[in-house]
Design a protein around this ligand. Sequence first.
Ligand code: NAP
Ligand code: 12T
Length: 348
Amino acid sequence: MAENNQANIAVVGATGAVGEKIVNILEDKDFPVGELKLLSSKRSAGKKVMFNNQELTVEEAEPESFNNIDVALFSAGGSVSKKLAPEAVKRGAVVVDNTSAYRMDENVPLVVPEVNASDLQSHNGIIANPNCSTIQMVAALKPIKEAFGLERVIVSTYQAVSGAGNEANDELENQTRQYLNNEEMTAELLPVKGDEKHYPIAFNALPQIDVFQENGYTFEEMKMINESKKILHAHNLPVAATCVRLPFFTSHAESVYVDVEKGGLNVEDIWNVLREADGVTLQDDPSTQTYPTPLSATNKEDVFVGRVRKDLDHDKGFHLWVVSDNLIKGAAWNTIQIAEHLIENKWL
Ligand code: NAP
Ligand code: 12T
């Protein structure tokens, strides 16, 4: 890396929903970027993108693309990461991977900086960015775990369409238009690209995000379950998840139930630890109808928490409503925070 602490950055999937946000945030935050290389598939190669008043040309991602790159941020799907992340590492780059390809690999740190930044200290060239739904949940759970311990977690999600990429946003927009024009809705993508059946998302709710696993859970649900335990260093914590897609574009919402270890707590105790937590903003006041929503959280960095209630039957049970922008904290911003930490601590 250059003496001036500038890093040469490659963004793989730069033309996608996540990649576009990464480029925007690098610019907004004045990130110390030396060279910026924007990579995509052949389809978008040649496309022009403005960065810091300079016109950059998107290139097709190839192994040689990573020569002279310090940090490569991958958001182009798992198969691209499987193929090209090792090529980037071979050429001396550190990879921050936004796909599920390496998350559960025990040699790969899986990091939400507010929760487990110290896991970044030892890596073998690849660091994984967790699943969007997982990131926002563990950001809210970490301070509660630290203060009061956790005995169990049950989550139901209300997830935005943009999690499935730019094409999914187009599908929601088209179906909405069709429905309002009394036309039949065409469903070709959701719930999962390439799966056997497709259902309309507009004016609907789909209890399937990502593919089904043999145990009857979807892969999105299993990602939440397994990744949370890894990030929180709580391998025996019982976690259950139900993941549902709803027809709005951005920001995931989650209803999270926790049993804490400590008895006799009240809502104020939970509020107090959430108020102090990095990256978390408490928005909770029933008397003024104050709580976060997907619209209010969109384009913001933080994880917002509201509707904190004590369970009426279980002394150790609490309910929370957790909302965050799935493309920002759920993907682009968390990825950039990881890169920032690596550069600042000279852990590249
Ligand atoms: P998207 O809008 O569909 O964009 C996909 C991007 O990948 C585009 O830039 C596309 O380039 C590029 N790409 C596709 N095939 C490629 C190939 N063979 N070689 C190089 N680039 C290729 O999807 P997205 O929502 O941005 O998501 C991208 C990936 O990020 C997902 O597959 C997922 O793994 C990950 N992701 C993670 C989270 C998270 O939870 N942290 C959230 C969302 C997404 P073209 O323009 O050339 O097609
Ligand atoms: N299929 O990075 O469809 O594991 O919303 C994130 C979001 C995969 C991931 C989605 C997905 C991921 C989705």
